[in-house]
Design a binder for this molecule. Structure first.
Ligand code: COA
Ligand code: MG
Length: 274
């Protein structure tokens, strides 16, 4: 699961401590945009230490600096000495960028590729097809600037890219992680954007503040109505009159076995603790 993917600057000791107590599905220790140039080396050392000492819940990853910067290579080499679960690569433009990072990844570390440049948008399918890539992440802040797109409350200018990213991720069995919502004190706006991401098919959202975790976990989990509908559909297909049928009628709607399979997948995702 990757409903809630929380970023924090690896240079922020308090946030590192706090992140160990938070109910997010994944934590990303950032070495890139959230860390000032003069703090890069200390942040790298802090990230290595934090990954080694662990305690972060289900998944922990590190976002390295781009390999075209003076820090990226050192970031990769330092993290290669740990068993970090995944590495987030920023501003991945194409398959060749992806390959360069993959060649230097150690052991079982997976790659989460950030799509946040115009070239990345145009090549996301080939990026998704590369081995060991586990997730595509939409980098909305860099992307909006690079596109020259204006601010729009419902993300009008990037909707086509949201849909394309989900398609690329699904085509190759990857996670699709939606971008951050900067106004972290606006919980209503955040909930609306989570719902929009879910509607597009994203698996979860990139987060910047602990106050966003609960909303993301709820938004990217099956809702009570979805669970109820799924259970009703499974029940309807188990009735004797449904036997041998590919398609049945439920509540005035046509339901096919593909809907049954989707309902079964949804129910399988439910937290066994209820
Ligand atoms: N991860 C873990 N803990 C965090 C956190 C994060 N991303 N953001 C804030 N916290 C902690 C604070 O340390 C504080 O802890 P405490 O009260 O127990 O000491 C608590 O949550 C409340 O924080 P708050 O005062 O509301 O926020 P702030 O003003 O300290 O920080 C930001 C605001 C935006 C600077 C901060 O949330 C942040 O750095 N976010 C991540 C930015 C990032 O990584 N960007 C890169 C990806 S786009
Ligand atoms: Mg960025």
């Amino acid at each position: 699961m990757a409903r809630s993917v929380l970023y924090l600057p690896a240079s922020n000791a308090r946030a590192l401590e706090k992140a160990r107590t938070l109910p997010c599905d994944a934590v990303v220790l950032d070495l890139e945009d959230a860390v000032a140039p003069e703090a890069k080396a200390d942040a790298r050392a802090a990230a290595v230490e934090a990954v080694r000492s662990g305690g972060f819940g289900p998944r922990v990853g590190v976002r390295i600096n781009g390999l075209d910067t003076e820090w990226g290579g050192d970031d990769l080499d330092a993290l290669a000495q740990t068993d970090v679960g995944f590495m987030v690569a920023p501003k991945v433009n194409d398959a060749s960028d992806t390959r360069v990072v993959l060649e230097r990844l150690q052991g079982t570390t997976r790659l989460w590729a950030m799509i946040e440049t115009p070239r990345g948008l145009l090549h996301m399918t080939e990026i998704a097809a590369m081995p060991r890539v586990e997730a595509l992440m939409l980098g909305v802040n860099d992307l909006s600037v690079a596109l020259g797109a204006g601010a729009s409350p419902d993300r009008e200018p990037i909707k086509p890219w949201m849909a394309s990213m989900v398609a690329a991720a699904r085509a190759y069995g990857l996670l699709a992680i939606d971008g951050v919502f900067n106004r972290f004190t606006d919980s209503e706006g955040f909930a609306a954007e989570c719902a929009q991401g879910r509607l597009y098919g994203f698996d979860g959202k990139s987060l910047i503040h602990p106050g966003q975790i609960e909303g993301a976990n709820a938004a990217f989990s099956p809702s009570p109505e979805e669970v109820e509908r799924a259970r009703a559909l499974v029940a309807a297909f188990t009735l004797p009159e449904a036997e041998g049928k590919g398609v049945i009628r439920v509540d005035g709607e046509m339901m096919e076995r593909l809907h049954l399979a989707a309902a079964e997948r949804l129910l399988a995702r439910l937290d066994p603790r209820g």
